[in-house]
Design a protein. Structure first.
Length: 241
């Protein structure tokens, strides 16, 4: 029970950090796979991330069914989370956001690629999922498991994917890792646009991305997490929940 309690507190902190770091605003969400049952996950009720409290956290089956809703309304796009957990046993936390600097890369044909060492966490390249390809004209929201599974398929074995005209989805090996990637996806997109305005960009090589990624472990992620906790006004716990 202590592990579950700690994980729920960490999920609240993650929501606050993503809000304070400009990755989410009134919309967007982060989930974590249940520590005792891999066929379930934890996600807040439908609420702005910076407002989320412990009692907002709900439990879901992978198909998006609330286990004990108690009158709480879930996010419509919870299927993003369930589909990724279903497809990827290695994924333990998922972020969906509408990060502003990222959105233009989903509609212009310009690919996001790592431009600096911290950006290596996003992967060598970031694929774009276009809901129109399979589902035609929609509200651009992931409203069911079919759409979620299609998004998960487009992401493949990577950790990031853009969503045309919508935002981005990130998959991580734990909450802190997913938040880390999400923050630096936004930063990399902003810096890449600035560099493109100046001229031709020399991106990180595939080998450089791999070497930086191999060095990005809990020490560096926890260093960033402590800083983000302070900015978000949340307590810092040295160990991952």
């Amino acid at each position: 029970m202590a592990k579950l309690d700690d994980l729920m507190e960490e999920l609240v902190t993650a929501n606050r950090i993503l809000a304070r770091e400009g990755v989410v605003d009134s919309f967007g969400h982060i989930s974590v796979r249940h520590p005792d049952n891999p066929q379930r996950y934890l996600l807040s009720r439908s609420r702005a991330p910076d407002c989320i409290e412990r009692d907002d956290i709900m439990e879901f089956t992978l198909d998006g069914t609330p286990v004990d809703p108690r009158g709480r309304a879930p996010y419509l796009e919870r299927f993003i989370h369930g589909a990724l957990y279903e497809a990827r046993p290695d994924v333990m936390s998922v972020v969906h956001n509408h990060s502003e600097s990222v959105i233009p890369f989903g509609v212009t044909g310009k690919k996001i690629k790592p431009i600096f060492h911290m950006g290596a966490s996003i992967g060598r390249e970031v694929p774009v999922w276009d809901s129109h390809d399979r589902f035609g004209d929609t509200a651009l929201l992931v409203e069911n498991m079919d759409m979620g599974r299609d998004l998960a398929k487009r992401m493949g074995a990577g950790g990031t994917a853009l969503m045309r005209g919508h935002g981005a989805t990130v998959a991580g090996k734990n909450i802190r890792h997913a938040v880390y990637i999400s923050v630096y996806l936004e930063v990399n997109a902003r810096l890449q646009k600035q560099a493109m305005d100046m001229g031709e960009v020399k991106f990180l090589t595939a080998g450089e991305v791999d070497k930086v990624s191999a060095r990005t472990g809990s020490y560096g992620i926890n260093r960033a997490w402590e800083n983000w906790c302070r900015r978000a006004g949340r307590p810092f716990r040295a160990e991952q929940g």
